[in-house]
Design a protein around this ligand. Structure first.
Ligand SMILES: [Zn+2]
Length: 181
């Protein structure tokens, strides 16, 4: 058993927000700003060796507004978003980055104008739009949402009890996305 050093902080709506020291989590709970959802394996000791439950997962009592974390736009990230699949023919090899609306036609270098194309398709499409080339896209490119679990996944080896809170949020986020589209 290892001594717990970190606590997972959830927003009021249960969205995983950040990771803080156990001491800070304890102060948040103690001052009434957060509630404990899950306690750690080991207690912490206060003045006079008093034992306290370790707050392992806490939830803020107020809502923190923060910008949605953004994924950096890069070739690697676009390939990952498209599951390393050519979005014209479904091949998985010789992948390149394609501007759906070509740059010389004013197509921007953005998430929703970049897609994964194999060399063959990219060459065949040339400087044309998918409509002009009669090459429909398998999926419409869009900015990928950041999966909050990914931001904290490296902690799961040490803090098993965080898992339901991370995966639970992902499921909820996916469901909301389904209803929204
Ligand atoms: Zn292809």
């Amino acid at each position: 058993m290892s001594i717990q050093h970190r606590s997972l902080v959830l927003n009021q709506n249960y969205e995983p927000l950040n990771v803080c020291s156990v001491k800070r989590a304890f102060l948040l709970v103690f001052s009434g700003k957060a509630e404990v959802l899950e306690i750690g394996e080991e207690p912490i000791y206060g003045v006079g060796n008093a034992e306290y439950d370790t707050p392992s997962v806490i939830r803020l009592q107020y809502f923190v507004r923060r910008p949605t974390p953004q994924r950096r736009l890069s070739r690697r990230e676009v390939f990952a978003r498209d599951a390393h699949t050519c979005q014209y023919c479904g091949r998985h090899s010789n992948l390149t980055l394609d501007h759906v609306i070509p740059r010389h036609k004013g197509g921007p270098h953005t998430w929703d104008n970049l897609t994964t194309a194999c060399q063959k398709c990219n060459h065949q499409k040339g400087g044309r739009t998918p409509q002009e080339a009669k090459m429909p896209l398998i999926t419409k490119p869009r900015r990928p949402s950041v999966n909050p679990a990914e931001l904290f996944i490296m902690y799961l080896d040490n803090y098993n009890e965080w898992e339901p809170f991370l995966t639970g949020w992902v499921k909820k986020a996916n469901q909301e996305m389904k209803y929204a589209s």
